[in-house]
Write a protein that binds this ligand. Structure first.
Ligand code: SAH
Length: 483
């Protein structure tokens, strides 16, 4: 039986603009055939095989016939195929042609619309494409940048006379021609025009001018693809309604995340929502260790010292009743949250996620026998302190963090970033082992232990979170960026 093909729009760039339906389908897909203009992070962690059939102005591209062939071949093999395109699949995305190919081949398909760049990028620039009194209609326009190439021949007279906003999905190279043709056909050179480069992405740029001057203004700003051009009175509203800068304190900044892949996405997502361009450089990976969880009835205290430790412990303890005996201490709010996800409410949670704070929080609790669930390579501060108080202490090493090699591109992206974030000491060690120099960017540390590791390597953290959680780290980074 043939599989089904989903022609899915991924939106213009901000991963938050992916639809719920698109996300569901991506999670279920066997194969994803993706364009290059697909939002960052959207393809991470999928079970599907991802094939890049990217097309980008001028660059290498998989020919359309090959993409069509792959769609049919994968579907005929019974696979669930997501054909993921930037923006909306039926707006200048050749989605209609692909649907025709599928129909002819007798392959069932569905279409999932997306936010098209002409609307999404404009909105993120503060431009409503229609506006009462200013623009009762909007036209989406594309054409070949090279007049010598065959393709859509535009009727410039009709476009110039169009009673509403014109949105061009054409590169900046075409701008001088667009402006010259429109003005020659009678559109006033004084009419507002705007170009939005990389709309809705963390590094979006907007140039607002007039039709007569927009080509020069865009060239001066060095705007590049992908970009859209808006022509019409609404373009001037960008000056009044620009909102992205205020809402996105990290816009224009590149932030590298060195966490293990599995945990990076939440942190990366928060940073992106604040406007940052995120470089994922997972210099560490979590390796579960085989363990036998002892009978916990013999302990009066169980300490869990990291969110990974909590997750691993919950994985190993198949019957939650086994945890009913001892008091449970989490090293900080992040670990407490991870325990709560498994239905366990910690009895003791210091605000600062460091061993010293935990020892302090346990001050008034009588402890005879404690079990510490943690990473193999964790520091011995906590067991030592409890032993010093007369307790007998066992350590349960549930996992270890191992260095994950970074490829050349990731390594140099880290060194070129504005900020590099470290959520653990091992991430510091491994990023350095992976060859990052960490000399250029501002270094953001989650807490004193991570900072100490940086200093051990002759690096001074520029920012240290006062709450030692990923959220605390983000807050500290935002405060630093606002300086
Ligand atoms: N199907 C897509 C359009 C594909 S054509 C959609 O609905 O948005 C590719 C063109 O879209 C680019 O040349 C550029 O003009 C525009 N585009 C795509 N993403 C963009 C973005 N983030 N910002 C500005 N323009 C974008």
């Amino acid at each position: 039986m043939s599989g089904r093909v989903y022609l899915v729009g991924a939106g213009p760039g901000d991963p938050g603009l992916l639809t719920v339906r698109a996300r569901e389908l991506l999670a279920q897909a066997d194969v994803v055939l993706a364009d290059r203009l697909v939002p960052p992070g959207v393809l991470d962690g999928l079970r599907a095989e991802v094939v890049d059939v990217g097309k980008i102005g001028g660059g290498e591209q998989v020919p359309q016939e090959e993409t069509n062939r792959l769609l049919v071949e994968h579907a005929r093999a019974g696979r669930t195929v997501v054909r993921l395109k930037g923006g909306d699949p039926f707006v200048f995305g050749r989605g209609g042609e692909e649907a025709q190919v599928l129909r002819r081949a007798g392959i069932p398909f569905e279409v999932v619309p997306g936010v098209t760049a002409g609307v999404g990028a404009a909105a993120y620039a503060g431009i409503p494409v229609t506006h009462r009194g200013l623009a009762p209609a909007v036209a989406f326009v594309t054409g070949h940048e090279d007049p010598g190439k065959p393709g859509a021949q535009l009727d410039w007279d009709a476009l110039a006379a169009f009673p509403g906003t014109l949105v061009f999905y054409m590169g900046v190279r075409a701008l001088p021609r667009i402006a010259a043709r429109l003005t020659a056909a009678g559109r006033p050179g004084s009419e507002p025009a705007a170009v939005v480069e990389r709309g809705t992405l963390g590094d979006q740029r907007v140039v607002v001018s007039t039709l007569g001057r927009i080509a020069d203004a865009a060239a001066k700003a060095g705007l590049r693809p992908p970009s859209i051009t808006v022509v019409g009175p609404v373009a001037a509203l960008a000056r009044e309604l620009a909102w992205l800068g205020e809402a996105r304190p990290l816009s224009g900044l590149t932030v590298a995340v060195t966490r293990a892949r599995a945990q990076a996405s939440a942190l990366a997502g928060r940073l992106r929502a604040l406007g940052a361009t995120v470089v994922e450089a997972p210099a560490i990976a979590i390796e579960p260790l085989p363990v036998e969880v002892p009978d916990l009835r013999g302990y009066d205290l169980l300490c869990v010292t990291s969110p990974n430790g909590a997750a691993r412990l919950l994985e190993e303890v198949r019957d939650a009743r086994a945890l009913a005996g001892p008091a449970i201490a989490a090293i900080g709010p992040g670990t407490a949250r991870a325990l709560r996800e498994g239905g366990i409410v910690a009895d003791v949670v210091p605000e600062r996620a460091v061993a010293e704070a935990l020892v302090d929080a346990l001050r008034d609790m009588p402890v005879t026998r404690a079990l510490i669930a943690r990473a193999a390579e964790a520091r011995d501060g906590l067991p030592d302190a409890l032993r010093a108080r007369g307790a007998s202490v066992d350590v349960l090493a549930l996992y270890r963090t191992v260095a994950a090699p970074l490829d050349d591109a990731a390594r140099s992206a880290v060194d070129r970033a504005d900020y590099v974030t470290f959520t653990s000491a091992s991430a510091v060690r491994n990023a350095l082992e992976a060859g990052a120099t960490l000399r250029g960017p501002r270094l953001v540390s989650i807490g004193p232990v991570t900072s100490a590791m940086l200093r051990e390597h002759g690096l001074e953290p520029h920012v240290e979170a006062s709450e030692h959680t990923p959220d605390g780290l983000v807050d500290a980074l935002v405060a630093d960026a606002a300086r």
